[in-house]
Design a protein around this ligand. Structure first.
Ligand code: SF4
Length: 688
């Protein structure tokens, strides 16, 4: 272990709170550092992150099996990598390059996300690469790009929220998911849209509690009210936007009483929200996964953007629209080319000029770069099928727990000829693998992350990884070289990869070319775009939006039904989400004793009247079952949830996995799955 204190950032969420890690005799102490986004605060997860470095079931040697019915056994790196290489070559010969697919992660550093995209397109020659950010940010990203020409979660520093009079939070619960952010909202009157009275809603001046899956109608109704009550910022709409007429035409039929009938939100509350926003000198509309993780997610995020545009908020200092990104590198993870439809610099993979640019940097022909591949759910559901991928390489992700309709995903993984997983712990997905490659974790390696407001940050190694462990970058380099690539094209030193990334991003929407490790180590945290020789861009769109005409676009959207609503057989809405003590699939936080003690098992939140009707009492075990499958969890009654809705946290695995019942229906634009609404029944354990 090194013994000096090291400044770095939290391993978990997109706020990326700054920390100081101090290696001690038998542990690493984590303390908050002063930094604009967290100002000396951390949440419970951040304070206890040092425990991850001493997790008892840490992977320390590659694991391999050639027979799925046999247990994984420890092997040398040489044997493991040779096995992967030989199997990949065999699959290429039989089925072509698209037989091998890659699944990445919004937890990977910028360097890893970049090299993974290059590895897939150049070393594997496959179009089949996507990542778990598809489950997180894709709807808001699609809506933001369409509206503003480019998407950056918060196009302003998170600290600007401190100057707001009113903040509308639609489908976001930062009081639990990123508590240090709440200090920036202290001065604002909050309006929260959520079917549950969450910890954030408890602090709100107004809480709108729509039925799950009706957020789009609600957003259109708020837009409608803004227009008919005379709050449309006509000068702004005229000078800075286009598409208002068509958007208004579609929203004009959504008067408050009709919206009330659809959503359950009282008409007067809708009017009150719009009046509050319109009366504020400074106001923000922010969306989160609650309104985005739907098969209507892109339209819903776009409808909230329409509301913000009608009030003249985006691109105005002190006001705006933004989305609260979830994963640690949810922002950077989607900019550097691990997404099925994108190349580094946030470039479209179908844009000929973008392909030429990237191919030149990679030393390949643009014509040889694969085209766009299937999105995450489509990639996973095609595994092992006729024409689907026969091998999958998973980096930093745990789709057995995180993917919708997860029992089907496990089935598909079992149908593969080869499943390779890199991780630092034996995750549920690693348990299904043929080869498991043990890799370094957050505080054991260098790299950069990009947080929710587009700030680029330095992660620093505070301790050495255990013997036997390699970094993801070293794994990618080793595999690339074994598959015939020149070593020089796949550097494994993070600083070298960043050099390549920043040059390759030059001229793209997410331009990092002016950012360097030196600049970051000097204490700067530039916001992209930051072109070479140029400066950081903390606030975007002040002089114009990123479309060629400089105008933002209203979206022409109207309500669509979500695929499942309650019926006689499945009479309740189910929704899923995060809780304070855990993060994502829980693969990390369930291994931290203090966090596991706070919430050791999954539960279903249900209204006491609903529990009574279902023959359940607090503390009993119950099945939450949809047409796809059921999750067995502990009943927790609460009056903070609508009687027609139940909520299950998605951090647990096995029979308690919430994604056993979620729907794989996809948003037609973002390909986001329908995580947030499906129809279920709630039955006592013994009755199933
Ligand atoms: Fe870590 Fe997010 Fe908690 Fe900050 S809010 S300490 S980044 S998990």
């Amino acid at each position: 272990m090194r013994n000096e204190a090291m400044r770095t950032h939290c391993p978990y969420c997109a706020l990326q709170c700054a920390t100081v890690l101090s290696p001690e005799a038998d542990r690493v102490r984590v303390e908050p550092a002063d930094f604009p986004v967290n100002r000396g605060r951390l949440c419970h997860k951040g304070w206890t992150a040092g425990e991850l470095l001493a997790t008892p079931d840490r992977l320390r040697a590659p694991l391999l099996r050639t027979d799925r019915s046999a247990p994984l056994r420890a092997v040398s790196w040489e044997e493991a990598l040779e096995h992967v290489t030989e199997r990949v070559r065999r699959l290429w010969a039989r089925h072509g390059h698209d037989a091998v697919a890659v699944f990445g992660s919004g937890a990977l550093t910028n360097e890893k996300a970049y090299l993974l995209g290059k590895f897939a397109r150049v070393a594997l020659g496959t179009s089949r690469i996507d990542y778990n950010g598809r489950f997180c940010m894709s709807s808001a990203a699609a809506a933001g790009t369409a509206a503003f020409g480019v998407d950056r979660g918060l196009p302003f520093p998170v600290t600007d929220l401190g100057g707001a009079d009113v903040v509308l939070l639609a489908g976001a619960n930062p009081a639990e998911t990123m508590p240090p952010l709440m200090q920036h909202l202290d001065a604002a009157r909050l309006v929260v849209v959520d079917p549950r009275r969450t910890a954030t809603a408890e602090r709100a001046a107004l809480h709108l509690q729509p039925a799950p899956g009706t957020d789009l109608a609600l957003a259109l109704g708020l837009f409608h009210t803004a227009v008919v009550e005379g709050f449309l910022d006509t000068a702004y709409v005229h000078e800075r936007t286009s598409g208002f007429e068509r958007a208004w035409q579609l929203a004009s039929g959504w008067w408050p009483e009709r919206v009330e009938r659809t959503t359950g939100v009282p008409a007067e509350s809708q009017r009150e929200v719009v009046r509050l926003l319109a009366a504020a000198d400074n106001a923000y509309v922010l969306t989160g996964r609650g309104v985005e993780q739907h098969s209507t997610g892109t339209d819903t995020a776009a409808a909230f953007v329409n509301l913000a545009l009608a009030l003249g908020l985006p691109g105005r200092a002190g006001s705006g629209y933004g989305c609260l990104t979830g994963q640690g590198n949810g922002q950077g993870g989607r900019e550097h080319g691990q997404k099925a439809d994108q190349l580094p610099g946030y470039r479209s993979i179908t844009d000929p000029a973008a392909r030429e640019h990237v191919a030149r940097h990679w030393g390949v022909r643009a014509d040889d770069l694969p085209g766009p591949g299937p999105s995450a759910v489509e990639l996973l559901s095609g595994l092992g099928t006729e024409g689907g991928a026969r091998a999958l390489l998973v980096f930093g992700s745990n789709p057995v727990v995180s993917a919708p309709d997860s029992a089907r995903v496990t089935e598909r993984l079992r149908a593969l000829d080869l499943l390779v997983v890199t991780d630092f712990v034996p995750s549920e997905t690693a348990a299904e693998a043929d080869v498991v490659l043990p890799v370094a974790q957050w505080a054991e390696e260098d790299g950069t992350m990009t947080n929710l407001d587009g700030r680029v940050l330095r992660r620093r190694a505070a301790v050495a990884p255990p013997e036997g462990v390699r970094t993801d970058l070293e794994v990618l380099r080793e595999l690339a070289v074994r598959l015939g690539q020149p070593a020089a094209a796949f550097p494994s030193a993070p600083a070298e990869v960043f050099e390549e990334l920043r040059r390759c991003s030059s001229g793209g929407a997410a331009d990092y070319s002016g950012i360097s490790y030196e600049r970051l180590d000097d204490g700067e945290n530039p916001h992209w775009p930051c072109p070479e020789g140029g400066s950081s861009t903390p606030r975007m769109f002040l002089a114009g939006f990123a479309h060629p005409d400089g105008r933002a676009r209203f979206a022409a959207v109207e309500p669509r039904d979500v695929p499942e609503v309650p019926d006689a057989d499945f009479p309740l809405y189910a929704t899923t989400g995060r809780v304070l003590a855990h993060y994502q699939t829980g693969a990390q936080t369930r291994r931290v004793a203090e966090l596991a003690a706070v919430l050791p098992e999954a539960h279903v939140e249900t209204h006491p009247d609903t529990a009574r009707r279902c023959g359940l009492t607090d503390g009993a075990r119950a099945w939450v079952s949809s047409r796809r499958g059921g999750s067995l969890v502990r009943v927790r009654t609460t009056e903070t949830i609508r009687p027609d809705t139940v909520f299950v946290p998605f951090h647990f695995s096995g029979q308690a996995c919430a994604n056993l019942f979620t729907s794989p229906a996809l948003d037609p634009t973002s390909r986001m799955p329908e995580f947030k609404t499906c129809a279920v029944r709630l039955v006592p354990e013994e009755e199933s």
